[in-house]
Design a protein around this ligand. Structure first.
Ligand code: DGP
Length: 113
């Protein structure tokens, strides 16, 4: 079994509130939400972080944004949302399977912490 919790979610081997799934991408609610809407959108294929992306990943990575837009509409947060990708220890990445955070449903301050 995969060591990676997000790979296990993709495989259906770990529980998650999945709200989108296709052959390349899975999206599910964050277990520790930082906003009324907090969704994680991930490539199904294990990519450790932005530091490990390759040219061949470009289509899938672009599609993460299309899924984010679709979910923002579905979740009624089109008045403003934030997409965050933490990469590496100093940025607070805690799960080493590349993921996009989609946050919305409240006013989001800037700069982030
Ligand atoms: P990051 O700090 O950018 O690596 O964000 C990792 C996020 O993943 C964090 O917001 C919490 C979430 N998370 C960690 N483990 C699980 C899990 O097992 N299920 C779900 N749904 N979310 C998780």
């Amino acid at each position: 079994m995969s060591e990676c919790i997000f790979c296990r979610i993709v495989q259906g081997m770990a529980p998650a509130r999945v709200i989108y799934r296709d052959e390349e991408i899975t999206a599910f609610h964050d277990i520790n939400p930082q906003a009324p809407v907090h969704i994680l959108i991930i490539p199904n294929r294990h990519i450790t972080s932005v530091a490990c992306i390759e040219p061949g990943d470009a289509n899938t990575l672009g599609r993460l944004f299309l899924v984010a837009r679709q979910l923002a509409e579905q979740e009624n947060i089109t008045d403003g949302y934030r997409i965050v990708v933490n990469s590496g220890r100093m940025a607070g990445q805690s799960v080493y399977h590349l993921h996009m955070h989609l946050l919305g449903g409240r006013r989001l301050s800037w700069p982030p912490g």
